[in-house]
Design a protein around this ligand. Sequence first.
Ligand SMILES: Nc1nc2c(ncn2[C@@H]2O[C@H](COP(=O)(O)OP(=O)(O)OP(=O)(O)O)[C@@H](O)[C@H]2O)c(=O)[nH]1
Ligand SMILES: [Mg+2]
Length: 203
Amino acid sequence: MNESFKIISSEYITSSASGKNIEIEEFRQIVFTGKSNVGKSSLINSLLNRKNLAKTGNTPGKTRLINFFLVNSSFYFVDLPGYGYAAVSKTEKQKWKNMIEVFFRNTKSVKLAFSILDIRHPPTENDFSLIRMFESLKIPQIIILNKKDKLSNNELFVQMKLFKKIFSEFETIFDFVPYSSVNHFNREKVLDYLDKAVNEEIT
Ligand SMILES: Nc1nc2c(ncn2[C@@H]2O[C@H](COP(=O)(O)OP(=O)(O)OP(=O)(O)O)[C@@H](O)[C@H]2O)c(=O)[nH]1
Ligand SMILES: [Mg+2]
């Protein structure tokens, strides 16, 4: 049987407000994106088996910087700030867009994107634009359908079918994985993808 991928260490390294990340360019990066409050930081903590390494909370917009976490001393988890929370001004939204653009313009190290959606809700226009951006940059992505614990098995079945249909045109999407950061449902499966991505087996 396959040994599952082990998380040995994880540590917060730095944050970026501008999107620049040149100093860590030599390491591979795995990015986490999704709208505010969808559970990006919770997913990072769940995968790393840490309680509050990435700060989580009930107030949307908790993560406003790009945060870098070094994992197993060999690759980075990049927690990108969420988008689409109502309480934010136009200028703030423009700042977010610029930050994301600068980040992806300045890095060639992103090996995989976890595009996180709430399994209960259809994707928003903002979700689509990011997923489309990964498609145009040819960055492999996995759609994480988070908060799976909120659904019954029947509802899960219906939602999975729906998401697969909505995104059927996308060639960079590898898989759709229902997830729960509450009970760590599918953690091993996601770690397996991570393993492949950092070893360049996903292209
Ligand atoms: N039931 C349930 N709640 C979750 C899950 N994942 C996250 N949450 C909750 O959702 C809220 C937001 O989680 P965060 O991880 O802070 O979300 P985020 O996407 O990082 O949010 P921003 O940093 O604001 O963009 C918190 O109250 C979490 O406890 C999940 O799988 N199931
Ligand atoms: Mg966050």
